[in-house]
Design a protein around this ligand. Structure first.
Ligand code: CO
Ligand code: CO
Length: 322
């Protein structure tokens, strides 16, 4: 995507506060001194068999980019590809019901949508939110001395590929679905009350890929304490058995020249750090003085947050995993 976007001319709009020239979660357009629009779109092929859950997860995932910037999502439009023949239309109705429930939970109004006939099902939303022009969180701004917090456990990509090959236990699949369908809303609302300097949500590039983008945008080095990173336990055994989504290798190839992983970090754990997440948690860089308060508040709100590292001045590799 970055390769394509680099070819599109940069027409200047003074109202564009965050555009497509940075690897950020959503774009931001200023309306007046108090308000800006934050917009994002995301859709993907079914990640679970249950249509209702697929809809829930698609909604939570699409809303996440707005939360990651500190915005409040207000409206959504559904976007779908659905086969003309061979699949019961009731399946699409169930997907949309699941999505609508999640949007309702988030207080977001569904305004409409668009569908295209296509042999492969795809579903998601374009989401619009409101944000204060002076309070926009991006992946730039991580400062040396900051601590890094992650708000959901990893392992989603590995566990969902395991589901396809019947290798994931019922229990772990259930846990993965819970994690994917939970909103990043509470985590985002809490982070707004603290001195957070940079935020992104962890999705297709895995923790290390998104940490790398943050390190680059912030001109800093991110230290990740591999042993502190939360993940759904069963992902480790599946990773050890070599059950890895394709992007684990491609993300590693992309960041390897700028990344140093200690030999003490076992290979399956390293691969969990690269595992692509659907509707993953927020990666937050914040003032170390705020660490205790934010973790306590998140834990009270049922957010499984953990400190997973810290930020150093830019020296040597962009990412250090120990
Ligand atoms: Co994102
Ligand atoms: Co996105």
């Amino acid at each position: 995507m970055a390769q394509v976007l680099s070819q599109i001319p940069r027409y200047k709009h003074p109202e564009v506060l965050v555009g497509y020239d940075t690897a950020d979660d959503a774009g931001v357009y200023k309306i007046d001194e108090e308000r800006a629009l934050v917009q994002t779109v995301d859709f993907f092929t079914p990640i679970v068999d249950d249509p209702h859950l697929y809809g829930c997860i698609a909604a939570a995932n699409s809303l996440s980019d707005v939360y990651a910037m500190g915005g409040t999502p207000i409206t959504a439009m559904a976007i779908t590809c659905f086969p003309e023949k061979g699949v019961d239309l009731q399946v699409l109705a169930d997907i949309m019901k699941g999505g609508a429930e999640k949007l309702h939970e988030a207080g977001v109004a569904l305004l409409g949508g668009h569908s295209v006939a296509d042999p492969e099902i795809k579903f998601g939303y374009s989401v619009t939110g409101l944000i204060h022009p002076g309070r926009i969180f991006t992946n730039a701004g991580a400062r040396p001395g900051d601590v890094l917090v992650l708000t959901k456990p990893l392992g989603i990509g590995i566990l969902t590929s395991g589901i396809k090959f019947n290798k994931t236990s019922q229990e772990a699949a259930q846990k993965a679905i819970e994690v994917m369908s939970s909103l990043n809303r509470s985590a985002a609302e809490i982070m707004m009350r603290y001195n957070c300097h940079a935020v992104t949500d962890v999705t297709g590039n895995g923790l290390l890929g998104h940490a790398f983008e943050m390190a680059n945008a912030s001109n800093a080095t991110l230290h990740i304490d591999a042993g502190k990173v939360p993940y759904i336990a069963e992902a480790y055994d599946l990773a050890k058995a070599g059950l890895l989504p394709r992007t684990v290798a491609s993300t590693w190839k992309m960041i390897q020249p700028f990344t140093e992983v200690s030999p003490d970090v076992p290979e399956p754990l390293k691969n969990i750090l690269l595992d692509p997440q659907t509707s993953g948690g927020l990666l937050i860089s914040l003032d170390s003085k705020d660490l205790h308060g934010i973790l306590e508040e998140m834990s009270r709100s049922g957010v499984q947050a953990a400190q997973i590292g810290h930020v150093k001045p830019p020296k040597g590799p962009r990412i250090l995993v120990q």
